[in-house]
Write a protein that binds this ligand. Sequence first.
Ligand SMILES: *Cc1c(COP(=O)(O)O)cnc(C)c1O
Length: 316
Amino acid sequence: MVGLDDILAARDRIAGQVLETPVAPSAALGALVGAPVWLKLEHRQTTGAFKLRGATNAVMRMGRVAGVTTASTGNHGRALAHAARQAGARAVICMSSLVPGNKLEAIRDLGAEARVIGDSQDEAFHEARRLKRDEGFALIPPFDHPDVIAGQGTLGLELLEQVPDAATVAIPLSGGGLLAGVAAAMKARRPDIRIVGISMKRGAAMAASLRAGHPVEVQELPTLADSLGGGIGLRNRLTFDMVRALMDDLILLDEDAIAAGIRHLASEGHVVEGAAAVGAGAVLSGQLTSRGPLVLILSGGNIDPAAHAAILREGP
Ligand SMILES: *Cc1c(COP(=O)(O)O)cnc(C)c1O
């Protein structure tokens, strides 16, 4: 497991490469909870999501390699592209032909090579593994890697200073790198803190795996929280065990609650993607309460502006 020392070292390593994002109070959500609610504004992170923390830590930790690669086109792919450019390393982001052109452009704009291969995510992964095997690339996965988890944990160190009396921290949950890192950092200093993971009902692989007692595959379904989709890996090494050990409660949200979270946060001036709105959605739908100060992590802001506008229009 990744521990506090790894996370403290990660903070020193990535300082200056990654923003220390602010927290802001939410009076409206606080009134619903009956306790102070703090929003961690990580959607303002460089590249638009917390993934830059883990990707930067992993890139800075690696020795001499030909370059870095991954098969993620979402926030991790962007983060890795940016981190590699900062380190002067080559990045090849592998993707299938199904990936929309704007995502491909976003990766290229960050200075990485977007390699389009086959027409499934599996084939893209295969190419990333080939680059590792045959060309000496470091394959940096989006969550199940100790340096990635330690990097994400630096967000938890910031929260210990920003909200020292936090009682509950609500964390968007997919592969569990963010939850594992933040919980490891915060529980090391505040063992009494309550860690709540939140996923969408549609295709939550970690939730299904915890129920089964081991990593399982689930069918991936379209969801407003698209950054929370995807599996946890049948051969998961770290995040499954860490989430099982460190998470106190898990909430699953339906699509209406995620949309309500997006709309509410927009009304407070925060444009976030669905994955980042699950905490607000859980408060609004009455599923998330806290006996003391509650922190919601707004994990990312990369949402298509037209999709965001459409969600606001549908609203009550
Ligand atoms: C990746 C991601 C998550 C989930 O993080 P995991 O480490 O996979 O649990 C949550 N929100 C956003 C915006 C993300 O990009």
